[in-house]
Design a protein around this ligand. Sequence first.
Ligand code: PLP
Length: 292
Amino acid sequence: MADALSIVYLNGSFKNIREAQVSPLDRGFLFGDAVYEVIPVHDGKPLLLKEHLARLERSLSEIRMVNPHTSEEWANIVKSLIEQNGGGKLGIYIQVSRGADTGRDHAIPDGINPTIFGMASRIAATGSPDSGVAAITLPDSRWARCDIKSTALLANVLARQQAVEAGADDAILIRDGYVTEASVSSVIIVERGVLITRNNGPELLPGTTRQLVLELATEAGLSYREEAVSEQRLRAADELWLMSAGRGVVPVTRLDGSPVGDGKPGPVWNRVKGLFTDYIKSNGPGTVEPEK
Ligand SMILES: Cc1ncc(COP(=O)(O)O)c(C=O)c1O
């Protein structure tokens, strides 16, 4: 994501980011005891807001937190962040941490208030490298609950940094010989025209973009299977895609230095990318209606 724009939301009010302050005892800071979402905004309108808020609700419940806001309240916070930061193409980041206690104890304290933060970043209009990106593979060294969108992202940070240092866009993570997902995105491979992706479970984040891609592909008559993909199948795939809210659907054309398929974005990606772009356009320009 690009730099944060100037107006942020913190615990009930909107302010300039320079005036936003959080306690050093905040458990998000001390323990990564926090969850988050990134909601893409196209033409001033959030995409898949309902789905992102549902995933936030689930993440909070899995870490034993009560959602501090209703969907309608979240939608209004998102709407204000969009409007106050000039609309257009944005990523809205929202984070809820367990809050600050009077000291540091792993055990969850009673009676503290969550810290609720939101910010906006501009996503470059040319943010999706449609000509194809490089990826590397790495062992998946993350914890056993990757379905929770936790801010405790140290293993993802190190994996993505390794990718960047290798001149690649992302690292595709392998656990016990099978692909889980990538360090900052979901993974789909294409084999003989069929989309294949790992079924949801504790090993991966249930990606909102991947879910939309599967639905659009199905509507267009393509088929998909949800199953774990071995490292060997990954390397032999006809096409390989990465997906995230911030970047949409991106074709991987080089994996660990070798071409994927014929080394160019594939025909199935081309088709799905068209469906995805049409969907975004039909999401409607400019207005933000809270989705209930
Ligand atoms: C580890 C991981 N997997 C998958 C995704 C894709 O999820 P979404 O499409 O909901 O952004 C992300 C996005 O940040 C991610 O960090």
